[in-house]
Design a protein around this ligand. Structure first.
Ligand code: BTN
Length: 251
């Protein structure tokens, strides 16, 4: 794909393939600290010894069987007030990639990707900020590709859904293609469509669900995501906003 004026840092134009690392997000963060890194650099690992997830959780994946990578993006014009669009963009590109594989994914806020209630992909985006703008972003993605045995975890994979083996490099190439298309929209501020696709696939959007917050269980429905990226839940006519650690929804 040709780069537009606003989006010249195609993710994957520079790739580092590691057989084993603690976490590709850590590796990317260290590269950023050196100050000598090309926007769009992707770090792919066959194995992580300390793969990290959201809420301080661990990300586990059988060596060599799944896609685990971090992409370094140095965005030029993403205001911190708008950083949620990056979540939307990454989630939507994974949904689109899975659709090409014949898999219907759903998004669990903020950016877990589920198939029939089982998790197929997790995303850990870590941003650095300068003034009012994002100065760099590490987009970490763990996508279950060829692993089919997850013990008692509620997980899914491409092979489990389709029966087909996918080479990891081909999964990476396919996903980067979608990510680059969507990030180009973000760079040129064409985010309305992105938001509507995100909400179309968001689990629990405008549907009554059971939630749990620090005050206990309650019923409510997701009505959106605010400027800070918090989830907006309406319950008995009252709208509450939650950060990632502040609410769970039960399904
Ligand atoms: C989650 O589901 O909580 C997020 C999981 C993110 C896992 C990926 S694997 C590649 C990258 N490196 C990490 O340490 N984490 C992310």
């Amino acid at each position: 794909m040709l780069a537009s004026k606003s989006y010249e840092d195609q993710l994957g134009q520079n790739q580092v393939h590691l057989s084993c690392v603690d976490s590709t997000n850590n590796y990317a963060a260290n590269l950023l600290k050196t100050g000598d890194v090309v926007s769009g650099t992707v770090i792919l690992a066959d194995e992580q010894t300390n793969g990290r997830g959201q809420r301080g959780s661990a990300w586990q994946s059988k060596p060599g069987m799944n896609l685990q990578f971090s992409a370094i993006w140095l965005p030029k014009n993403i205001n911190t007030q708008n950083h949620r669009v990056l979540n939307f963009a990454v989630s939507v590109s994974i949904i689109r990639f899975l659709k090409k594989k014949g898999i219907e994914g759903q998004i669990k806020w903020p950016n877990d990707i589920l198939v029939n209630g089982r998790k197929i992909c997790g995303v850990l985006i870590e941003n650095n900020v300068r003034g009012n703008f994002l100065s760099s972003s590490v987009i970490g993605v763990g996508l279950n590709v060829n692993q089919t045995d997850f013990g008692n975890l509620k997980a899914a994979s491409i092979k489990g859904e389709t029966g087909e083996f996918t080479p990891i490099q081909s999964a990476l190439d396919g996903l980067l293609l979608e990510l680059n298309k969507v990030l180009e929209l973000v760079s040129s501020n064409q985010i309305d469509d992105l938001e509507s696709i995100y909400f179309k696939h968001l689990f629990g959007y405008n549907t009554e669900l059971q939630f749990e917050d620090m005050n206990g269980l309650f019923r409510g429905e997701i009505i959106g995501v605010d400027d800070t990226g918090n989830l907006k839940v309406q319950t008995n006519g009252v709208i509450k906003s939650y950060g990632i650690k502040e609410v769970k929804f039960l399904f």
